[in-house]
Design a protein around this ligand. Structure first.
Ligand SMILES: *Cc1c(COP(=O)(O)O)cnc(C)c1O
Length: 407
């Protein structure tokens, strides 16, 4: 399929290019020393990940440990209640081991570490979800695991800190600056620079310098490959629309990659939070401008000094001031429509899906559910496939404290 001069039949061969660019977005904007390390990972990824041994091992792990394939559920009661004739479906990434899609790329990254002969995986974490997924993968493969986390986040995310420690990871407290994600990223990169002979850095989304946006997309593409086949099998057709929430953008790239070359409308949903004023949301593609941060060029939210702006969302997994470079590319190209959903719409959808379908979604995923419902009301007929990136167990305390039970 041709779309604005991009040939989607051969898209994955050409995007990113050899230097990690999706059009003008992406790249490797890091120190010369880190560039060397990134080049080593790129080369290893390109040879190892095409080997039959790696592929068959990853397939076995996905099936026996992760619980893949995850099913698609027809959201029948919710669709009936809407009464428009549009049918809603959910790809159930919440049924992955550990309760979200993040394990898809963490198992891939840790398996690559193992094949490269590394002893340790290093990462930063904000809310702790990436840290827990990576600690899980490290325990599975018998790798050491250092997770860098700001002091503020450590205090806020006590259960995830405990989970990482129980899984055998070392949680390294970062006391610089605002003591949150940004400082944790810097500390993790600094540690990795010193240890890159024996360790590998594992990023938590389709972000960072090349090859990470490509690697994480490739590991997540299992979601889209499965979903396309399952949906055809269930209904005999492709969905009319596919919807996913976008923080860094890994669950979205996972499901989108299965449908980019199809006549399917694709929607990436960013958090509008409390509203469109800077600092009240994390909708980087909607309100941001081109810029470089964390080693890559993309569309980002900047403060008056051009630095990454403070962001907010009710979903801690979505409050990042940029998005992966491939999303910036698909945004400019117009192949994917990016739109926003507010905190209030998200929480309504959270309760609606729980009550109507018996599925308590992660607050991140509830953004996609809210948009799916909105879209269904405008479509008249057809089908919408929502990527349910994770389950809501992690959000229970927050929901009860801030919104109550809503009987
Ligand atoms: C981390 C997380 C996200 C956001 O990350 P992406 O890279 O944008 O997918 C979304 N949903 C859940 C459940 C998460 O844990």
């Amino acid at each position: 399929m041709q779309f604005n001069n991009v040939d989607f039949d051969t898209y994955f061969k050409h995007y990113p290019d050899a230097n990690g660019f999706f059009g003008k977005y992406g790249g490797t904007y890091v120190s010369p020393e880190l560039q060397k390390a990134m080049a080593e990972i790129t080369e290893a990824y390109q040879t190892i990940c095409k080997s039959r041994k790696f592929i068959s091992e990853l397939r076995r792990i996905r099936k026996e440990f992760q619980g893949r394939p995850t099913p698609i559920s027809h959201l029948e009661r919710l669709s009936d209640k809407l009464g428009t004739g549009v049918q809603l479906y959910a790809k159930r990434e919440d049924l992955n081991h550990t309760g979200a899609h993040k394990l898809n790329h963490c198992m891939g990254e840790a398996l690559l570490a193992k094949f490269m002969g590394k002893k340790k995986v290093i990462a930063e974490t904000g809310a702790g979800q990436h840290g827990v997924a990576l600690a899980t993968a490290a325990a599975y493969f018998g790798l050491e695991c250092d997770i860098y986390m700001g002091s503020v986040d450590i205090k806020k995310q006590a259960p995830n800190v405990a989970r990482m420690k129980i899984l055998g990871a070392r949680v390294v407290e970062v006391t610089e600056g605002l003591q949150t994600l940004k400082e944790a990223v810097d500390a993790a990169f600094a540690a990795y620079c010193k240890e890159y002979d024996t360790a590998i850095y594992c990023i938590g989304s389709v972000l960072g310098p090349h090859p990470f946006p490509m690697m994480v997309r490739d590991f997540q593409s299992v979601v889209g490959i499965e979903a396309r086949e399952q949906f055809l099998d269930m209904t005999g057709e492709l969905p009319d629309a596919v919807v996913a929430c976008v923080g860094g953008g890994s669950n979205a790239m996972g499901i989108f990659s299965g449908f980019l070359n199809d006549p399917v409308d694709i929607y990436g949903i960013e958090p509008l939070g409390r509203g469109p004023a800077l600092g009240d949301h994390a909708a980087s593609l909607k309100y941001g401008t081109e810029g470089i941060m964390h080693g890559f060029n993309s569309i980002m939210l900047k403060d008056e000094n051009g630095e990454p702006a403070p962001v907010y969302s009710v979903a801690s997994g979505l409050d990042y001031p940029s998005s992966g470079p491939e999303h910036a590319f698909l945004h400019d190209l117009g192949r994917v429509q990016y739109d926003v959903i507010s905190d209030d719409e998200t929480i309504d959808a959270f309760f609606e899906l729980s009550r109507m379908e018996g599925i308590i979604p992660a607050i991140e995923s509830a953004h996609a559910v809210a948009y799916g419902i909105k879209l269904a009301k405008t479509m008249g007929r057809g089908s919408v496939l929502i990527n349910l990136s994770g389950r809501g167990d992690k959000d229970m305390d927050y929901i009860i404290e801030n919104y109550g039970i809503r009987e």
